[in-house]
Design a protein around this ligand. Structure first.
Ligand SMILES: [Zn+2]
Length: 79
């Protein structure tokens, strides 16, 4: 099973369905067990959904949105 640190990278791949079945199972199981990574995953999924739902103005906005999407959530803070 991946660690919480691994999950910051694997969550994007999981959302984009680019992982093999073993890795997907590990990510899925981690999300079932870990509240913090599930909150991060939900945030990432919403961000990607927003990005796909509207055209972006330019490359800088894409990079900025990607940085925001991959920033880990600190406990006790609102993203
Ligand atoms: Zn975790």
């Amino acid at each position: 099973m991946p660690t919480c640190r691994d999950m910051t990278e694997l969550s994007t791949d999981y959302l984009e369905s680019t992982l093999g079945w073993r890795a997907r199972l590990g990510v899925w199981w981690h999300l079932v067990l870990c509240d913090m990574c599930r909150a991060y995953y939900d945030q990432l999924a919403k961000t990607l959904q927003l990005l796909r739902g509207r055209p972006l103005d330019g490359p800088n906005e894409v990079v900025e949105a990607r940085i925001l999407a991959t920033r880990p959530i600190e406990p006790g803070t609102t993203p």
